[in-house]
Design a protein around this ligand. Structure first.
Ligand code: TXA
Ligand code: MG
Length: 383
């Protein structure tokens, strides 16, 4: 299959003088919408990461997504809609808390889990009686869904096990020859996937942290519980409520290890995102990297602008200023992909605060590391 890449001219996106809507953008998206209606696959930008879209009410189209991604078909998809009203045919009910969250955070990087209606095929929900729904904020995504006239089922547009794509080039790397079309809308704004909240129970449950933070959710609706699968490695007796969270997602080809100061900058004090990383972490990463380099391995280091000059050896990549969590979130997956491309065999990463957006950053990093974290600090340095 030949994969066509269409570059969307963001400058042409503003409504033209005297015209309603986005006629120029709609013209650019007409072919893509037709492919979706005909049961084909189109990758498109959203504000979080690029999605791999298909008609979410067409069982055969949804199945094609699993084949293109090489993804297990028990892993359910998110249905993307273009206006709030489109939720009603898809779900049994919209609980009160969901109504509040929709009002406040849609369109935006929030996915909610509802009990599904009869029109949603089990092929899109991985056999579950619930369905994930999100209304993206990106105008390209919004107009594409509206023009297709169907809810668009879309996982992140990466091959299963690869970091989610934050540029069209990432999508092309993984999907060339596997899908009909890629819409290139430039780099995404957020860079980590949407927050997922299960609203089917009395108390909402956070299943995946994202840019709509736990703090923001709690402020809007009070108590929000956290699925244990977010916090650490899964043991046999804990089953994640988001089936996708059980797979080793976002996995770079290299062995990734996080280095964290126990009780230090990254341990999750409120507002600690600004704190500099300690010397103990820097020297431990230098030591670990140095050993592997001496053995002849290709070694990557993930750090911040403040510490990039502290590492004399290895391939050093900064994800941004430590206090700027938005930039860190936006850079993270691209840096992991770069290390794949370079052929890094070991990656050592500094850790980050675990509150606010840091919760999403650390969730992705610890999962990519297979929960391999080395703690260091004063105690360890004492004889
Ligand atoms: O930001 C995003 O959410 C991106 C863009 C494209 O919208 N999409 C995305 O999709 O990240 P995906 O498929 O990579 O991740 C969807 C997650 C998976 O972990 C899946 O298990 C979970 O959502 N999920 C989907 N339906 C669910 C359901 N009914 N119950 C529980 N978890 C569900
Ligand atoms: Mg994904």
């Amino acid at each position: 299959m030949k994969t066509e890449v269409i570059v969307i001219d963001r400058k042409a996106l503003r409504p033209q003088d005297g015209e309603a809507g986005y006629p120029e953008l709609d013209r650019q998206l007409a072919g893509a919408a037709r492919i979706l209606r005909d049961g084909g696959l189109v990758a498109f930008p959203t504000e979080t990461v690029y999605g791999l879209g298909a008609d979410g009410l067409n069982a055969g189209a949804a199945e094609k997504i699993y084949a293109a991604k090489g993804r297990p078909s028990d892993n359910p998809l998110i249905l993307h809609i273009s206006s709030r009203e489109e939720i009603f045919p898809l779900v049994e009910e919209v609980p009160e808390t969901a109504g509040i969250l929709m009002e406040k955070f849609w369109p935006g990087p929030l996915t909610m889990i509802f009990r599904k209606s009869g029109i949603v095929p089990y092929q899109a929900t991985g056999g579950l009686d619930t369905v994930a729904v999100r209304m993206p904020d990106d105008i390209v995504a919004n107009r594409l869904i509206a023009l297709a006239g169907v809810p668009v089922a879309a996982p992140s547009a990466n091959l299963s096990g690869r970091p989610s794509p934050t540029t069209a080039a990432h999508v092309l790397q993984d999907m060339d020859g596997r899908i009909e079309m890629i819409l290139d809308g430039g780099p995404v704004g957020i860079g980590v996937e949407s927050t997922i909240v299960d609203v089917t129970g009395r108390i909402p449950v956070l299943l995946r942290p994202g840019a709509i933070t736990l703090e923001m959710l709690s402020e809007a609706v009070g108590q929000v519980d956290i699925d244990p699968a977010i916090l650490g490695p899964l043991t046999a007796d804990v089953r994640p409520k988001a089936p996708g969270m059980k797979y080793r997602h976002y996995a770079p080809k290299a062995e990734l290890v996080l280095v964290e100061e126990r009780g230090g900058a990254a341990s999750g004090r409120a507002g600690s995102g600004q704190a500099p990383v300690g010397n103990a972490v820097i020297s431990r990463i230098r030591e670990l990297a140095g050993e592997k380099i001496k053995e002849g391995h290709v070694v990557g280091i993930i750090c911040t602008d403040e510490t990039r000059d502290c590492y004399p050896e290895g391939i050093v990549r900064s994800v941004g200023r430590r206090g700027d969590e938005e930039t860190i979130a936006r850079s993270l997956f691209a840096v992991l992909r770069q290390f794949d491309d370079i052929g890094a065999e070991y990656i050592y990463s500094e850790s980050f605060a675990r509150d606010n957006l840091g919760r999403a950053i650390m969730n992705r990093l610890t999962k990519a590391a297979g929960y391999h974290i080395i703690y260091c600090g004063d105690q360890e340095r004492r004889p």
